[in-house]
Design a protein around this ligand. Sequence first.
Ligand SMILES: *[C@@H]1O[C@H](CO)[C@@H](O)[C@H](O)[C@H]1NC(C)=O
Ligand SMILES: *[C@@H]1O[C@H](CO)[C@@H](O)[C@H](O)[C@H]1NC(C)=O
Length: 363
Amino acid sequence: MAGRRDGLLTRSNGSPSRGTQIAMAVGIGILLGCLCVFLYPDGLFRSFCTSPSDDQDSAAWWSQANSAKCETSERTNGLKSELASLSEKNKELKEQVMELTTKLKVAEQGKDQAQKSSLTLREQQKAGPFGTVKSLGTNPTVIPDESDNDSIGRTGGNHAVSGLKFRILREFLQLGYSILLLDVDIIYLQNPFDHLYRDSEIGSMSDGHSNMTAYGCDDVFDEPSMGWPRYAHTMWIWVYNSGFFYIRPTVASIDLLDRVADRMAREPNSWDQAGFNEELFYPSRPGYSGLHDSRRTMDFYLFMNSKVLFKTVRKDAQLRRLKPVIVHVNYHPEKFSRMKAVVDLYANGKQDALDPFPDGSWS
Ligand SMILES: *[C@@H]1O[C@H](CO)[C@@H](O)[C@H](O)[C@H]1NC(C)=O
Ligand SMILES: *[C@@H]1O[C@H](CO)[C@@H](O)[C@H](O)[C@H]1NC(C)=O
């Protein structure tokens, strides 16, 4: 903050810095001293406080003083005008100091706000005409911080362990890396890095199985007893799958992971995916400040969950020809056998590989 304040002082309207102000004040002091010496060669104290009634020769004093006055009257006038201009300058300086002090106060008051907003500060710009405006959508990437790169190894509390996944992720983000998090029940059929948009802070595969469930929809709530306003519109989306997501290193992302880790530590039996989604989607409300993460739902045919595959895709000749990037066997407990069947279908071309399996679980 000190550097910041200095910056403010020296940069505002080319006003003098504190050092320059001190030098000017000292200069004024010396000039005033010289002026006094000129005006009152016998010293200020004597000039003002000695009087004709003192024990020295009063007549001599008066004549001396008068002749000195005559001799130096021209000089005095010059110096007086100089003094006037100096005091004018002094006044200006004082005004500038006051102005700077006010600016400093305002800066101090805005410090907290500035600290917050500097995290997300971008060039301010005009909005532009209708139809041309596009928001950036993401917060800026953090500056890599390597000061805390191995603290996870030292934290050992049993409650903390349930949130450990998110705490480990956090450390990578803090170091400035983006992360693609993957569960182990995932089959890769293409390189996922070739299919990431990287435009949002969280890009996640969905637990949804259709456009409406995966990408969001207007679910109309009907209350006939209300009469004319019987329909209420609600926003609705199926949860993101916290077993496959891409997260960019921003302050908002770290905020998300910290919140989820904190929840998991406080409520060890809660489901991390529920916490992840609630933190990600609920807006700010009275008594709660929500997140500011931008989100992208991945294409649910490319980043496919096992419900989509077994309920829809395997029964549709056209969809079957699509090659997913990944298949996540998240919906089914018979993971290994279904994973092998998925490999048989997509990698080994065994068209009936999925046939033995029901849409849902065996029981
Ligand atoms: C991580 O921390 C250790 C110990 O604090 C240090 O020796 C190492 O250089 C650090 N690594 C990086 C990449 O900063
Ligand atoms: C689902 O959305 C995609 C693109 O978002 C669109 O191409 C497709 O037609 C939609 N399908 C249905 C059934 O609405």
